[in-house]
Design a protein around this ligand. Structure first.
Ligand SMILES: Cc1ncc(COP(=O)(O)O)c(C=O)c1O
Length: 392
């Protein structure tokens, strides 16, 4: 069979992720890992989950092992609605859909809204796996000029006025891959422009809770409750990604169709892990757990930034994220982070070359560094290795 002729057009548009290729290489090499996209397993609340897993099976096994509602486990939807409302996004439980990871939420939004040739606006850089979703729906991605405070308001407004724009995808807080956040004063004007243009905004809040600097980060939707914002959140970064429990919430007339789409896709999210996550999230332990993650992660971020300053100051520039997992580093113009990678691996350190995150095509001299995946004790050595590789 000639599969190249058989593939649907949507599959032909999707490029394989360089991260997946790198994970294969890393499996065969000894390297300090700044490349991974994985949360630190030391942060998984193992004891709480062990106790919860037994309790769910003891007390609720019939429902936990049974098919469930497409929209998700009602108490978890209620919990999410309450949590979003407390964060300034008034939400009712029937506006919440539980998804199998926030990756699926992005895919469902794409399926609901995108047709071949539609335009999706994103930050530059943006989250690679979301870009792959948009490509899979044969949409065209246009990258909006982005600086250390997020997307530029004027450019965003100009793009939003163009015909064919169907979606604006943003990571408003501690984004992947740069860790930067959309400045508070830019939020309302951007949402107003989206509202005027009739373009929905997909706000991916995956890293909302991982905040290390003072201040409580707000979901984007807070900035204008009337704006057509679909808020996506996940328990992958604060509990554990392997459970695959996440959520989306949005305007009632949009969300009313999402249950059907979810049902067509995989019937519903895992009945058992939804209950497990709900038990842990609703327990008094959850806020303390997230706070303790932030304390440990702040230490790693500070250590990483300090090592970069001492070892690479003057030779490269980088973002200084207030939260999240990643920072983005720029080599001097003209250098290639992809070309440098084999040498970095020879020096025993791995990163992800940034080019694939830049729909604007300008990221060849960038690399994404995960400051949480190495152990605290490995950071200094890893940055020293990186500096040696860059020095040549
Ligand atoms: C910005 C962003 N959105 C969504 C996801 C997907 O996470 P999950 O599907 O585990 O919720 C990730 C994972 O790394 C991410 O970085």
């Amino acid at each position: 069979m000639d599969w190249e002729r058989q593939w649907a057009g949507r599959l032909k548009r999707v490029q394989p992720s360089p991260i997946m290729d790198l994970i294969k290489v890393l499996g065969q090499r000894q390297a300090i890992n700044f490349a991974s996209g994985l949360p630190d397993p030391d942060g998984f609340p193992l004891e709480g989950l062990r106790e919860g897993a037994a309790a769910v099976l003891d007390m609720d096994w019939r429902a936990a092992l049974q098919y469930g509602e497409a929209e998700g486990y009602r108490p978890l939807r209620e919990w999410v609605a309450k949590d979003l409302s407390a964060r300034g996004v008034p939400t009712r439980a029937d506006q919440v859909l539980i998804t199998s990871g926030s990756q699926q939420a992005i895919d469902l939004v794409g399926r609901a809204l995108l047709q071949p040739g539609d335009i999706v606006l994103t930050e530059n850089p943006s989250y690679l796996a979301a870009l792959q979703v948009f490509a899979s729906f044969e949409a065209t991605v246009r990258a909006i000029a982005t600086d250390g405070e997020g997307i530029d308001v004027e450019s965003a407004a100009a793009y939003l006025r163009q015909p064919g724009v169907k979606l604006l995808y943003l990571m408003p807080n501690h984004q992947n891959p740069s860790g930067i956040s959309l400045a508070p004063e830019r939020r309302r004007p951007i949402l107003e422009a989206a509202k005027r243009a009739g373009v929905p905004v997909l706000a991916d809040e995956a890293y909302l809770h991982l905040r290390y600097d003072p201040g409580v980060p707000e979901p984007l939707a807070c900035a204008d409750p009337e704006a057509p914002v679909i808020t996506v959140g996940t328990f992958s970064k604060t509990i554990a990604p392997g459970l695959r429990v996440a959520h989306m919430a949005g305007p009632p007339d949009f969300m009313s169709r999402m249950g059907l789409l979810k049902q067509i896709t995989d019937l519903h999210a895992n009945s058992y892990t939804q209950r497990l996550v709900h038990r842990f999230a609703a327990s008094g332990e959850y806020p303390a757990h997230v706070a303790s993650l932030c304390v440990a992660f702040r230490k790693k971020r500070d250590c990483f930034l300090d090592a970069l300053e001492r070892r690479l100051g003057g030779q490269a520039t980088w973002t200084r994220p207030a939260g999240g997992m990643f920072l983005l580093l720029w080599l001097p113009a003209g250098r290639s982070a992809s070309a440098l990678l084999p040498r970095a691996l020879d020096h025993g350190v791995a990163y992800v070359p940034g080019a694939a995150f830049f729909p604007g095509g300008d990221g060849e001299n960038t690399m994404r560094l995960n400051f949480l995946s190495p152990a605290l004790a490995e950071i200094e050595d890893g940055v020293a290795r990186l500096a040696r590789a860059i020095a040549g």
